[in-house]
Design a protein around this ligand. Structure first.
Ligand code: HEM
Length: 197
């Protein structure tokens, strides 16, 4: 396409992928994740809350993204908030689904791409995604106690890197699509005006 708008054609997935480092989840990582998830699963409500309160403590700028929480100054109040509990549970159920799809990479990645796209609409930028993995690790450590070994830490860190990488790819794709939509709208306007005349 040698016309002036060819730069506005949506990029292929591969183009966006180039910006995202590749992470490899090994068979051993997957086994460790599935094993330790059994214990984490029994505490998902608790982990969800600790993870988000921790996120807002260490990165207060993340709280501004949430319409429901941005005006709550007292993090102790958030610890008891039904809304944060619900949100934490939604995120943890998503992690549960990711664990269940560890051996179905295509389905897992599609789900992660879609989640990244929805985070573009939530105005939650990828630079914040990585913080969540660190807070997850901090939250599950006291639950797994002696079972929290360097190998377990590495396996979960790799999963979160994979999750956030593919989410970022989805976010960037959606950003590009929206930019193209806006560019097409402004390109079409003069024609529409001509039709009216
Ligand atoms: C590993 C990273 C993350 C995961 C797995 C995750 C997961 C989710 C899930 C499952 C939802 C439920 C809605 C949906 O499925 O679209 C959600 C909603 C949302 N997330 Fe995330 N999220 C992550 C990181 C973040 C970060 C870092 C922020 C902001 C700083 C954020 C902001 C939001 C917002 C604003 C909503 C919508 C809340 C609502 O309207 O109730 N997310 N997220």
């Amino acid at each position: 396409m040698g016309c002036a708008i060819s730069g506005l054609v949506p990029k292929q997935v591969g183009d966006v992928k180039d910006d995202v480092p590749v992470v490899h989840l090994t068979v051993e990582h997957k086994e460790i994740i599935k094993d330790t998830w059994k214990v984490i699963q029994e505490n998902i409500a608790k982990v969800g809350i600790i993870m988000f309160v921790g996120l807002f403590e260490t990165h207060p700028e993340c709280k501004d993204v949430f319409f429901l929480f941005r005006n709550v100054e007292d993090l102790e109040m958030l610890r008891n908030s039904k809304e944060l509990q619900t949100h934490g549970l939604r995120v943890m159920h998503f992690i549960e689904k990711s664990v269940a799809r560890l051996h179905q990479t295509d389905r897992l990645d599609q789900m992660l791409l879609d989640l990244g796209k929805s985070h573009y609409r939530y105005n939650a930028p990828p630079k914040y995604f990585l913080y969540v993995g660190a807070e997850f690790s901090r939250a599950v450590q006291p639950i797994l106690r002696d079972n929290w070994t360097p190998g377990v830490e590495e396996a979960w860190k790799t999963l979160f890197l994979h999750i956030t990488n593919v989410m970022k790819q989805g976010y960037l794709e959606e950003e590009l699509n929206q930019r193209n939509v806006m560019a097409n709208i402004s390109r079409e306007r003069p024609e529409k005006r001509l039709n009216v005349i």
